[in-house]
Design a protein around this ligand. Sequence first.
Ligand code: CU
Length: 70
Amino acid sequence: MAQETLIVEGMTCQHCVQTVTEGLNKITGTNRVVVDLDKKEVNIDFNEEQTNLKEITDKIIEVGFELEKN
Ligand SMILES: [Cu+2]
């Protein structure tokens, strides 16, 4: 199990949080998805044998948000 914390730009309300959470939960292999709106953080646990960071970041973009590059 891998864990990542991503900074996501563009989330402004609980609806955005729900959109991101639901999108990520649709990926096979994601487990716990926790979004902190104030910190703009998306914390995600995933099975590296079923998915990867690229698929996760692509999904965030697909549902309408952007990753902050660090
Ligand atoms: Cu919103």
